[in-house]
Design a protein around this ligand. Structure first.
Ligand code: RUB
Length: 311
């Protein structure tokens, strides 16, 4: 099956990280699928439904770790196995996902903001819209706060965080990733995002997050994960492991200076155990990593039903 150009370019934009971040890639994928569905007749026959699912699978294959991508597409296609399907219903589900993603971020920001006290220094890693939403709100409310942000090698997403926060007038200090332990005594609270949350409360996020969590744990600093519930992975409930994306070696060392035979490992996400997580700020409230299973059941319903969509 050949895909329309806009589908291929959405795939490339996500794969190349032109569009990145778990929330943003999910929204981008749904907007792209929406475009494809809008070209379909109102009554979708099984042939057309197969085509829609193929496009969804293709978009989902652009990056392997963030479950938000897969969950967003599954949300749209939740009832695709039914005999009768209408494009207007699917388009409504696309819009519902996009709207929910927006309002979830707003709610997460409000809850995270409550955890930030006047005078606090917040450390954040990488660039997470969810993690910085509370920081921005705290600043807008007039709280006098400071932010320390890691540069987040090798892709330097920390530069996006510092630019966004500095443009809003926050007091931001960028540090190299290896300076987290040096600076942790100055930090009051750590806030990071998530790409995937497993049924047993493990958080998968940008490489280095687990080190930050270990240092926060050692220094007894609260470690909060800010993430929408659509970042919970239903397949982890049936024992699937989260696949960690390995990106090209030239992101770590350019090819022209790489000695012959040098091996490079570039995993771009890691796993933080629930023991290091003080809480997860979601749109339904601040939850314990140990309660993820119950939230998953409540928000997603029948897991078997979700998995049979086949994406
Ligand atoms: C981004 C990253 C972010 C999460 C959450 O990694 O790890 O912390 O995706 O982001 P990458 P958000 O740059 O490789 O996509 O809260 O914006 O969804």
């Amino acid at each position: 099956m050949t895909f329309p150009d806009y589908v291929k370019s959405a795939y490339e934009d996500i794969k190349s990280m032109k569009i990145r971040g778990a929330g943003r890639i999910a929204i981008h994928a749904v907007k792209t699928l929406r475009m494809y569905i809008s070209e379909m007749p109102e009554k979708i026959n099984s042939e057309n439904m197969k085509k829609i699912i193929r496009v969804a699978k293709f978009l989902n294959s652009s990056r392997p770790t963030a479950i938000s991508l897969k969950n967003s597409l599954r949300f749209v296609l939740r009832y695709s196995y039914r005999e009768e399907n209408y494009s207007s219903d699917l388009l409504k589900r696309c819009d519902m996902f996009i709207e929910t993603a927006k309002t979830s971020l707003e709610k997460i920001g409000n809850i995270a903001e409550e955890r930030i006290k006047d005078g606090d220094t917040i450390l954040t890693h990488c660039n997470s819209n969810a993690a910085i939403s509370g920081i921005i709100k705290a600043h807008e409310k007039g709280k006098n706060i400071k932010v320390i942000n890691t540069e987040s090698r090798p892709a330097f997403q920390g530069r996006i965080t510092s630019r966004v926060l500095a443009e809003k007038g926050l007091d931001v200090t960028m540090i190299v990733d290896s300076a987290v332990r040096y600076h942790i005594p100055d930090v009051d609270i750590v806030m990071v995002g998530a790409d995937t949350i497993t049924s047993n409360g493990v958080v998968i996020n940008k490489i280095g997050t687990s080190q930050v969590a270990a240092f926060a744990h050692e220094a007894r600093r609260p470690f909060l994960v800010c993430a929408e519930t659509y970042k919970i992975s239903p397949e982890t409930l049936i024992g699937n492991l989260v696949s960690i994306e390995e990106r090209p070696s030239n992101e770590v060392i350019p090819d022209d200076i790489k000695p012959d035979g040098l091996k490079v490992s570039n995993p771009v996400f890691d796993a933080t155990p629930p023991e290091y997580i003080t809480g997860i700020v979601t749109e339904i409230g601040l939850i314990s990593p140990h309660s993820v299973y119950y939230v998953m059941k409540e928000k997603m319903g029948d897991i078997e039903d979700i998995l049979r969509i086949g994406i």
